[in-house]
Write a protein that binds this ligand. Structure first.
Ligand code: HSE
Length: 429
């Protein structure tokens, strides 16, 4: 029976220092809940000059992560450096030495999750990665434990706090994209390189992690269609509102038989859809499974405290397993039958905004090209503007195939009276 668990943190930024503070402040509460004393033993960072929420005493500090990896008393290594190396080697070495690992490293896990879970299993250790996706929302725990008996058929997530904050601010406060991004950065939501958020890649990495785990197949962000929110204009948000929709950056994984389709893109969702009320920095994950049916989890998706909540959850989970002397490792078996659907076979509905000169036969020619590509129009809206200038024509289609839509739009955009590339936004729900 292990009554004292020693922890080493590698990477002492916002999440690291929040985690250290919680471990000190809630030490007695954790001990009374679990019977275990969780002791922060060492903290590693290569720059101790930065100001932190809490500065560990000199005896606890190091700039050499091997001081943590080679310390036989340390049971749990918390990796919070991010990026690929040296995090990858640190995690592998820790697992091989039978130290449990807790990490928030979405970039690394979106490439190496299957390998690291397999290594954790063969070394009888454990990899906790709740903090890598959706901030404080316990989606990995739910898949690992609560829904373990299910076949997951659908995952739809709002997985990036920064872009959700930007889209909400554009929609509700009529802020420009640039101003909304600046406030998200000030509030500490955005990545140090915010183009990761805006381009959809941060969401794609998180979806890759959840899907790898849910579908038991190595899935990386390179495997799927990714579009960011750069192209969304306030006028699209307003047209969508008139049509009864909101615009959100969605991360979608859908399974049919043994085929999984994965994509991240802005989408129109109906105002009565459960995800449409997720505003600001909040994230949400909607899941469908064969036994539980449908469920929605909602919570803070970015910020130091939310991520530390998930790090602490993994630490306590591992502590409990060690306390009970139960097997730490879990079996992670890859399902060889799960295939990925090519992006051009996606089937969904579309919002199309054409910018055209207001002349006879314009609408007829657009409709003709759509029809020839087997795209059926569900509704049309044309705004009466200055007749000398190009006007927006907004259409919603019935379900169509991605390739057909791309072929049709490429033909339409070549027509002489089309004045700007057509805006394409997929519709979900
Ligand atoms: N930049 C990320 C976001 C932080 O905005 O969601 C959490 O991973």
């Amino acid at each position: 029976m292990k009554e004292k668990i020693s922890i080493g943190i590698i990477g002492y930024g916002t999440v690291g220092s929040n985690t250290a503070v919680i471990l000190q402040e809630k030490n007695k509460i954790f001990a009374s809940h679990t019977g275990i004393e969780f002791q922060l033993k060492k903290v590693c960072d290569n720059d101790w000059s930065r100001k932190r929420e809490w500065m560990p005493p000199a005896a606890m500090r190091t700039s050499n992560y091997n001081d943590i990896l080679n310390d036989p008393e340390i049971d749990i290594v918390v990796e919070l450096i991010g990026k690929f190396q040296p995090a990858y080697n640190i995690i592998k070495k820790s697992l091989m030495q039978k130290k449990a690992v807790v990490t928030a490293n979405k970039f690394l896990l979106s490439k190496k999750l299957t390998e690291l879970l397999t290594l954790a299993n063969t070394s009888s250790s454990y990899l906790g990665f709740e903090a890598s996706v959706a901030g404080a929302i316990p989606v990995i725990k739910v898949l690992r434990e609560s829904f373990v008996g299910n076949r997951i058929n659908s995952i739809i997530g709002i997985l990036n706090g920064t872009t959700n904050y930007i889209l909400s601010s554009m929609s509700e406060k009529h802020q420009t994209f640039g101003d909304a991004l600046k406030s998200a950065q000030k509030l500490g939501y955005a990545e140090s390189n915010p183009s990761l958020d805006i381009s959809g890649r941060d969401s794609a990495q998180k979806l890759a992690i959840i899907s790898t785990y849910a579908f038991q197949r190595a899935i990386s962000e390179d495997n799927f269609l990714i579009e960011g929110i750069e192209k969304i204009e306030i006028r699209d948000i307003e047209f969508a509102r008139e049509l009864g929709y909101r615009v959100k950056l969605l991360a979608i994984a859908k399974r049919t038989d043994d085929m999984v389709s994965l994509r991240v893109h802005p989408a129109l969702i109906p105002v009565n859809h459960m995800l449409s009320d997720v505003e600001g920095v909040y994230n949400a994950v909607y899941l469908e499974g064969d036994l539980f049916g449908k469920t929605l989890m909602y919570g803070e998706g970015a910020g130091g405290k939310a991520a530390s909540s998930a790090v602490i959850a993994d630490i306590i989970e591992i502590g409990r397993k060690l306390f009970l002397k139960s097997h730490l490792s879990e079996r992670f078996i890859i399902n060889p039958r799960v295939n990925l659907q090519p992006a051009d076979r996606i089937e969904t509905r579309y919002y199309l905004r054409f910018t055209a000169i207001d002349r006879p036969r314009v609408l007829a020619s657009i409709a003709d090209i759509l029809g020839k590509n087997r795209i059926s129009i569900a509704s049309v809206m044309q705004k009466e503007e200055n007749p000398e200038r190009a006007v927006p024509i907004v259409m919603l289609t019935h379900t169509a195939i991605e390739k057909n839509v791309r072929d049709a739009i490429s033909a339409i955009d070549k027509l002489s009276y089309i004045r700007q590339p057509t805006q394409i936004i997929r519709v979900e729900g």
